[in-house]
Design a binder for this molecule. Structure first.
Ligand SMILES: Cc1cc2nc3c(=O)[nH]c(=O)nc-3n(C[C@H](O)[C@H](O)[C@H](O)COP(=O)(O)OP(=O)(O)OC[C@H]3O[C@@H](n4cnc5c(N)ncnc54)[C@H](O)[C@@H]3O)c2cc1C
Length: 377
């Protein structure tokens, strides 16, 4: 297992950076539900925009553990910024693993440098859990493809320059198509008003006979589904890291607040019930971290259990985030319920980690499938 210590210096550096350059904008982007432009502009200072991409394509070839630590530390400061950062990474990962070199060179270096952004488009109005039931089509035409349909709840829609779109072809298979924001026939729905991660835009991406040239298919035009499933095994640990970072931030806030707030003539931190809650919260955060790092180790060994471990990490970390942030609000008393303190934002931000990148019910289905594999294959 890759030890936490190996990445400790990297984590320390990230924490200093996130505290100085990201955290100061977290409350304001949430309050105004606006794009975290300052934070996103800062990411290239630590080469974060291109962290997972190959060096030959302008990235820094960071391993999964480095990516997890980066997402954790950015989420501890601002979950919206981490949401956008990992969205760009996930959107281009199909291109990294299966794209033609020309298409890779045309897109990845600009995103790795933080000059362009990218989104991934799976979910549709008819459903997100049943990915194979999607209706968006890509039809071969002279010199390219025509895409028709709509994708729902797409992070960074309208702001991203590139969209990795999973669509059904005439043969019934699925392809991944790279669509540019200026391609004819592409438009965006209204920006959704959300509970949390309010700095991260969310909208429909609509394809009305959207024409793209031939060279924009990622690998086999019928092989996209398998690639996307592989990418979800990569992306779920990142969402788990987002959840863990939020939980870590809320725990630290709760410890600091209860260490200076007095009731009945003594610090709230001296009450046994407070100490019991903080002990439970700390244990949940560390349990979640252990699960996530175990998942990273399994992924590194190219182990067949990687998919189930990715689901377990997302399940454990997102549930920990929801529980720890809710308790943090409780420990702040009435102040926790106001927007003057960050814990209510963290509680709202935590919720999405139980929903996106496959709901936790879907994760349980995948874990159970793995558990029963020997009997039901
Ligand atoms: C903030 C945010 C950002 C997002 N970003 C993106 C993005 O960038 N790209 C993208 O493609 N999608 C994105 N999504 C979409 C997200 O992945 C979907 O919302 C999610 O997969 C659930 O799909 P759905 O909303 O259609 O719910 P549904 O699939 O309709 O599910 C409704 C309920 O039924 C449950 N359910 C469904 N099937 C089963 C089953 N077989 N057994 C038990 N329970 C079941 C679900 O768990 C859920 O509780 C985002 C969503 C949000 C909220």
């Amino acid at each position: 297992m890759e030890s936490e210590d190996v990445h400790q210096a990297y984590r320390d550096n990230l924490r200093r950076f996130a505290d100085a350059e990201i955290k100061p904008f977290a409350a304001i982007v949430d309050r105004e539900a606006r794009f975290p432009a300052e934070s996103i502009r800062a990411l290239p200072k630590l080469a974060l925009a291109g962290l997972p991409f190959p060096e030959a394509l302008g990235g820094s070839d960071g391993d999964l553990m480095s990516q997890v630590v980066a997402v954790e530390e950015i989420s501890r400061a601002c979950a919206s910024t981490a949401h956008l950062m990992l969205t760009c990474w996930v959107a281009l990962m199909p291109l990294v693993v299966a794209g033609e070199p020309d298409l890779q060179r045309a897109i990845i270096p600009e995103v790795a440098a933080g000059r362009l952004q990218a989104s991934f488009c799976l979910t549709e109005p008819s459903g997100g859990s049943d990915v194979a039931g999607m209706k968006t089509t890509a039809k071969k035409c002279e010199g390219g493809w025509r895409i028709n349909g709509a994708k729902r709840f797409i992070s960074n829609a309208g702001m991203s320059d590139w969209y990795a779109v999973l669509a059904r072809n005439a043969a019934g298979g699925f392809g991944i198509f790279m669509v540019h924001r200026d391609d004819p026939g592409l438009s965006f729905g209204r920006n959704e008003s959300k509970m949390g991660t309010r700095g991260s835009p969310l909208a429909d991406v609509i394809f009305d006979d959207c024409k793209i040239p031939d060279g924009r298919v990622v690998g086999d035009p019928s092989g996209g589904y398998a690639i996307m499933m592989e990418i979800l095994t990569y992306s779920r640990p990142l969402v788990a890291a987002q959840a863990l970072g939020i939980a870590q931030g809320a725990l630290e806030e709760a410890i600091a607040y209860t260490s200076q707030r007095k009731q009945f003539g003594q610090l709230v931190s001296r009450f046994q019930m407070t100490r019991g809650m903080i002990a439970d919260m700390t244990t949940q955060v560390e349990t979640a971290r252990s699960m996530l790092y175990r998942c990273v180790a399994v992924a590194g060994e190219n182990d067949e259990r990687a998919r189930a471990f990715a689901s377990m990490a997302k399940l454990v970390c997102s549930n920990a985030a929801m529980s720890v942030t809710t308790d943090a609000v409780q420990l702040f008393g009435g102040y926790g319920y106001t927007k003057d303190y960050p814990v209510e934002r963290m509680m709202r931000d935590a919720k999405v980690t139980q929903i996106w990148e496959g709901t936790n019910q879907i994760q349980k289905l995948l874990i159970a499938k793995h558990a029963y594999a020997a009997y039901e294959s």
